[in-house]
Design a protein around this ligand. Sequence first.
Ligand SMILES: *Cc1c(COP(=O)(O)O)cnc(C)c1O
Length: 368
Amino acid sequence: MNHSASSAVRDRSRSWADNAVRLIEADARRSADTHLLRYPLPSSWSHDCDLALYLKDESTHITGSLKHRLARSLFLYALCNGWICEGTTVIEASSGSTAVSEAYFASMLGLPFIAVMPASTSATKVALIESQGGRCHFVTESAQVYAEAQRLAEQTGGHYLDQFTNAERATDWRGNNNIAESIFDQMTRETHPVPDWIVVGAGTGGTSATIGRYLRYRRHPTRLCVVDPENSAFYPSYLHDDPGVVTGKSSRIEGIGRPRVEPSFLPGVVDRMVVVPDAASVAAAHHVSRVLGRRVGPSTGTNLWGAFGLLAEMRSQGRSGSVVTLLADGGERYAETYFRAEWLTSHGLDPSEPAEVLVEFERSGCWP
Ligand SMILES: *Cc1c(COP(=O)(O)O)cnc(C)c1O
């Protein structure tokens, strides 16, 4: 190729990328920010302390979960790094919400999208990805998804978005309306505008990394608590300061908990970690769904269980203040799983005991 021909090709690819970035920005501009809901606390508490709990409702994104933010950031990151061009096949290792959101952005840009997922992935998820024009590629073991996504990218000359590595890099942690900036902005007129705690789970670890960095950057005294389900490598790794922990077991709480410590999980910005039993996460998801009058996903149950514990601790110390956590996704996607008794039984999950704890908490304000 002579010099002018190659620069014509470069001009064409720059103008394609310019337009792709514009399309993503235009979509963001047409979209509204997510709500910060107030969650009702036990009424008996109002006599002796002034506490408030808020839920950042990430289920109202166009693609239904907090992964909408991540997918947008990963596409912008790849475009601005020159990794995605016209016709590039985009590949991701994901069995869940990330692939649903990425399929949306791939379709917006007219790019082929392949989600690499375990064969056990629910038909509902597969249908959601395919309805946005994505393709699902199955592997037998969940640990195989990373290598298989990499292999497909090499074979197709495509790009592996790699959420578990790039989540913490692709998000603008200083601001740019990231989730932390949005929370602090929405809190400004509240009685306790600077929360004592923000509680989140970790899947990629990207959300906790963004919030933890933002707290330091803005010099907020707010502390970050990460709640972790059973079988996850994040908690033992945090406890023993060992990034090499591998549990080899899959989490039963969709979206959070990983069998290995993902590169996007940054333990240095986490002030406390709490392990939440899986049955308690499910019980809390059911409980909160009743309180709000609409279903929430299981990781939101994990978040609430952690937040209730912290609020009870603040109350026992006679402190006033606020706690913020996330409603990560709605419960519609889980009607056949976490909201079905037979499915719970077959997965060894019995939420009846923790459900009693929650009823007692609501009634008396007592937390075990
Ligand atoms: C991904 C996910 C999380 C965790 O968020 P990360 O930023 O990946 O750590 C929590 N809940 C749900 C439903 C998710 O899909």
